[in-house]
Design a protein around this ligand. Structure first.
Ligand SMILES: C[S@@+](CC[C@H](N)C(=O)[O-])C[C@H]1O[C@@H](n2cnc3c(N)ncnc32)[C@H](O)[C@@H]1O
Length: 279
């Protein structure tokens, strides 16, 4: 079977769908299994898929049909136009989070040295994107998931960034003796109830501890603002990603901790996505 036949008929038949939104996913699968660039698929569409790859593609289609997220199947994900490696033991970066990276890059001067901390760095998507675009700055990413830190290190090597460092720590018992200009975090912010509800309708494959936080989803946000406040320099700022209904409570937590210029911003879908606050 040729690539063209697999893409046009076989895969759609297997998935029992004709939804065009699958075209992109299928192209990514082909490009990852056959190790060809996505933009070259058209030129190579008459290439015959060998049996070994055909069996591998079938296996991927089986899991895709079951609802396993595509990045876990192709073992990489795109974030801020960069390709990050991952496996199924880590959180998958979302494009919604790119607005936080944009915000920081637009706010800072790229020829000044800033010390930035990324709490709950995952596979390093925020930290590495910032490091690439702010070459004079130093970025520290921490995460308690050692698999995440393993991939953050792999990604920084592949993407050739030197101004970033990752450590395997839990923010509930992390003590520092220096201060940062910026603290950024996309912490877990889904309530236990929400998690169970979503999981019942559509199985969630990502690690629960990367998604769920106590007290209706705000415990980790409260802890970060309250405890990491003292690791922020005067006039420094914090940026916290949160759920679209959590803007008000996050602003209150910042206010309670004497932050100023508190403001909530939207993502590209016009949903509240993150809150900025200056010390
Ligand atoms: C929502 S994910 C965000 C990952 C990444 N920053 C991103 O935006 O794609 C939250 C991350 O926080 C980490 N995390 C959760 N609780 C933590 C804790 N107590 N200490 C350190 N990291 C934690 C999880 O392992 C996970 O990687």
């Amino acid at each position: 079977m040729s690539i063209k036949e697999w893409l046009k008929y076989y895969a759609f038949n297997y998935l029992n769908t004709n939804e065009s939104r699958y075209i992109y996913d299928l192209e990514l699968i082909i490009s990852s299994v056959l190790k060809i660039k996505r933009e070259n698929i058209l030129i190579l569409e008459n290439k015959i898929i060998n049996l070994k790859n055909f069996i591998l593609l079938d296996k991927i289609l089986f899991f895709l049909k079951k609802g396993v997220p595509l990045p876990y199947l192709v073992k990489n994900v795109e974030f801020y136009s960069l390709k990050f490696k991952l496996n199924n033991k880590v959180f998958i970066p979302r494009s919604d989070t790119e607005v936080l990276v944009d915000f920081v890059i637009n706010k800072l001067k790229n020829n000044v040295v800033y010390n930035i901390m990324d709490l709950g760095t995952g596979i390093g998507s925020i930290a590495i994107s910032l490091a690439k675009n702010l070459p004079k700055s130093n970025i520290l990413g921490i995460d308690f998931n050692n698999e995440s830190i393993k991939f953050a290190n792999i990604n920084s090597k592949i993407l050739n960034v030197k101004n970033v460092c990752f450590i395997n720590k839990n923010w509930f018992n992390y003590k520092l003796n220096y201060k940062f200009d910026i603290i950024i975090s996309n912490p877990p912010y889904i309530s236990e109830y929400e998690f169970e509800y979503i999981n019942k309708n559509k199985k969630i494959y990502e690690p629960k501890e990367s998604l769920v936080s106590k007290y209706n989803g705000v415990y980790d946000i409260f802890y970060i603002i309250n405890k990491f406040n003292k690791f922020l320099k005067k006039n420094g700022f914090m940026l916290i990603e949160h759920g679209y209904l959590q803007g008000k409570i996050v602003r209150k937590i910042f206010k309670y901790n004497n932050f100023t210029e508190i403001n909530t911003f939207n993502d590209l879908n016009k949903n509240n996505r993150f809150t900025y606050a200056k010390k």
